[in-house]
Design a protein around this ligand. Sequence first.
Ligand code: FES
Length: 151
Amino acid sequence: MERRKFLFWLGIGFSLNSFQMVLTACNSQQQDAETTTDKPSVDTSVREDGFQALAKVEEVDSKGFVLDKNSVSKTVMMYRHPDTKNISAVNPTCTHKGCTLDWQNNKNFSCSCHGSTFSADGEVTKGPAQKALEVFETKEEAGLVLVKVTG
Ligand code: FES
């Protein structure tokens, strides 16, 4: 094969490979968007009794928790309480300096910023945070998680 032809086909090969990488990256971003909790899966309108549906029960049980940003004014994390087995909801904003907490192993919250931990009830179990998490009244109804977000 002539050198010029070889370089031509080598260039075509690189171009196709790059195109495939771009397609793969775009597809990956699309999948990430599908797993985010920013878009509501239910009607999140606030009801007359003050509750609003923020997730499906099956979502919480299949994912372990749902972090929702569609409530009236605050971020809400819903999870199944390891002791009561009811779905609970807290504001997962660390009371130390405001980082978003992680729900760890289906039993407690931890903050990756400075190491605070909180129980499933939202109580501080390790500082530097000193204030408990805000806990919201929560109930299950017709397969939905209803949360009364206060304030
Ligand atoms: Fe959470 Fe500091 S922000 S421990």
